[in-house]
Design a protein around this ligand. Structure first.
Ligand SMILES: Cc1cc2nc3c(=O)[nH]c(=O)nc-3n(C[C@H](O)[C@H](O)[C@H](O)COP(=O)(O)OP(=O)(O)OC[C@H]3O[C@@H](n4cnc5c(N)ncnc54)[C@H](O)[C@@H]3O)c2cc1C
Length: 311
């Protein structure tokens, strides 16, 4: 992992910097490359626009590590409302939630029941709930949350990170459940005791895990793979496997983030591939934004200079 990436990921959890940066107009402008606005209405307008192009949406309200049960309740109610409003607006939209946004740090059961309320509403609104994967200490409780929920409903999926050594094993336990899995490289600062430090190894593991999730037994179990990457070479490699092996379109979709690799998003949509773009909104964007910068440290010097000078 590059020094710049490590530095940015360490900063993503710095409260002083968050406080200062979010008051800075320049940073606000830079963030707008990755999110259409802070309000749900902004996200819904962007969703409607991409739907015209054949691109589906996953909505996520930014926020994590909540410290009050009341706030987790508010987030849950917010997402219930999002599903209602998306259906009324005719949007082909799903939602994606972080367990610590539903209260995982505070009370496991409360988090579980908040999630069940979302999944039950998803059934009424003909949609789907994704569970984000946060940093490695959360993997076990998040998998538990997913497994328990999956026994109640098929309308739930989970993100798994290719940078974690354990993910190959986790996938083997999830395939028999017919799981929907969003495969990502992983966005957090992780020690080498749990994560592959070299990008080339993460990329190769992503490919192997993708191939595993597209195998016949996974298809027969009813698994769905979200190929969630902006790495075009990797997506092309998996597409070649899909063509070669005749994997049915019902077994996979592509997923990307709003504002990243827009050209590739349009290419996939034009080619008739199933693609969902995750649109983030909300005021608590600093840690998430720093993780996005860490993915491409090349253009970050300028942003940092302006942050510190208050520009
Ligand atoms: C739909 C979706 C959901 C996600 N959910 C999670 C989650 O739950 N948990 C989690 O840990 N991570 C999540 N991630 C983030 C993921 O882990 C990676 O950090 C992120 O996608 C970057 O990795 P990459 O696969 O795009 O490959 P990379 O090798 O990082 O990027 C490939 C290329 O894409 C472009 N690119 C990538 N990122 C950026 C950027 N920020 N700005 C500009 N260009 C960029 C660059 O051209 C780069 O060379 C999610 C990603 C997606 C797409």
């Amino acid at each position: 992992m590059s020094v710049a990436r490590k530095f940015l990921l360490a900063m993503s959890t710095n409260a002083w910097l968050r406080e200062r940066a979010t008051r800075t107009a320049f940073v606000h402008r830079s963030v707008s490359a990755f999110m259409p606005g802070e309000r749900l209405e902004d996200a819904m307008a962007a969703s409607a626009a991409q739907q015209q192009l054949g691109i589906g949406t996953i909505f996520t309200k930014l926020g994590e590590n909540l410290t009050r049960v009341e706030d987790a309740e508010e987030v849950t109610r917010h997402y219930l409302d999002v599903m209602d409003r998306a259906q009324t607006a005719g949007l082909r939209a799903q939602i994606s939630v972080k367990p610590t946004q539903l209260g995982l740090d505070l009370d496991n059961e409360c988090c579980y029941w908040n999630l069940q309320r979302l999944v039950d509403r998803a059934a009424e609104r003909n949609t789907f709930v994704w569970i984000d994967m946060e940093s490695s200490p959360y993997v076990d409780p998040t998998l538990d949350l997913f497994r328990r929920t999956r026994t109640r409903s098929p309308l739930v999926g989970i993100a798994l990170q290719a940078y974690l050594v354990r993910t190959a094993q986790d996938i083997e336990t999830l395939i028999p459940l017919g799981s929907a899995i969003r495969l990502v490289k992983g966005a957090y600062l992780e020690p080498t005791s749990v994560a592959y430090p070299k990008k080339a190894d993460v990329d190769e593991n992503f490919y192997k895990l993708g191939v595993r999730l597209l195998a016949k037994d996974a298809q027969q179990a009813g698994c769905l793979l979200h190929i969630a990457t902006h790495d075009i070479a990797l997506a092309d490699r998996l597409s070649a496997f899909i063509t070669e092996q005749n994997v049915p379109p019902s077994s996979y979709e592509f997923a990307m983030l709003y504002g990243i690799q827009r050209g590739q998003q349009l290419r996939l949509a034009r080619a008739g591939q199933r693609l969902r773009v995750l649109i983030s909104y909300g005021e608590y964007w600093f840690p998430w934004y720093m993780r996005r910068l860490a993915e491409r440290p090349a253009n970050v010097g300028f942003v940092l200079k302006n942050m510190v000078s208050g520009g």
